[in-house]
Design a protein around this ligand. Structure first.
Ligand code: SF4
Length: 248
């Protein structure tokens, strides 16, 4: 087992200034949450960048580059954090590479402490089949928490239309577990709004989206879904698991 910390830590842009205290961050959430609830996505991102400066990033799972596209318009060079679990589809890695090559963002790929081979050696192969919660904790939750220590706030592409679990996703929220401000600029967007934005702006989309994968995670835990089915029903299909834990 390697003792290295998240390998991509050195890739983080510049030296991040000291962050605000949790009390200060919570105060920002309670002051601005209601104010920005109905604001356009670009305004929300602009506010977050102005408020948190270098201690603000966005995360992307590379299902599409909608959030990155919105962000590069108002915060060129913004940090875009991608969790490279070691289990992604080749199309997802290709989408990440295309974002890095063509967009005005600072793409940061973060990886778990252990490679897949190292994890297999310690826990046995195919941990995702036997204990997906532990696998997600090791390959998603911890690496993200480690990388977010560089930031006071991060933006996600969470949308309330995606699943019932996400109905209450606030535009500006407080993540008590991470002690960070969680910003969801497109929380109110419908599927149609996303599709229109992609078409009108030529936004990069993971090709798997057009091949029956409306929600894309790690390859071993993602299945095609039938047209009209819940878009997230292909994630951890056949189990009770619906979320990897990074949004809880
Ligand atoms: S989605 Fe599957 S393979 Fe990916 S980290 Fe979670 S359990 Fe492991």
């Amino acid at each position: 087992m390697t003792t290295a910390t998240t390998r991509a830590a050195r890739e983080f842009r510049g030296s991040h200034t000291a962050g605000r205290s949790p009390e200060e961050l919570r105060e920002i959430v309670s002051h601005w949450g209601a104010e920005l609830e109905l604001a356009p996505a670009e305004v929300i991102i602009e506010w977050a960048a102005a408020t948190f400066g270098e201690r603000f990033c966005i995360t992307s799972s590379m299902g599409d580059a909608v959030l990155a596209h919105l962000a590069e318009k108002v915060v060129p060079g913004v940090d875009v954090v991608f969790l490279d679990t070691g289990y992604h589809f080749v199309e997802t890695i290709g989408t990440r590479d295309a974002v890095e090559a063509t967009m005005k963002v600072n793409l940061i790929s973060i990886t778990p402490v252990q490679t897949v081979a190292e994890q297999d050696a310690e826990y046995g192969p195919e941990l995702y089949k036997r204990d997906p919660d532990l696998c997600c904790a090791l390959r998603k939750v911890k690496p993200l928490a480690d990388s977010l220590s560089q930031y006071d706030a991060w933006a996600t592409g969470l949308r309330r239309a995606e699943t019932h679990n996400r109905v209450i996703a606030p535009v500006i929220g407080w993540d008590a577990k991470k002690q960070k401000v969680k910003v969801s600029p497109i929380a109110r967007w419908s599927d149609e709004q996303v599709e229109r934005y992609i078409a009108e702006n030529g936004v990069l989309v993971n090709p798997l989206v057009y091949d029956g994968y409306p929600s894309i995670g790690c390859a071993p835990c993602t299945r095609r879904v039938a047209p009209g089915d819940d878009p997230r029903s292909g994630r951890w299909a056949g189990t009770n698991k619906t979320e990897c834990g990074i949004h809880s």
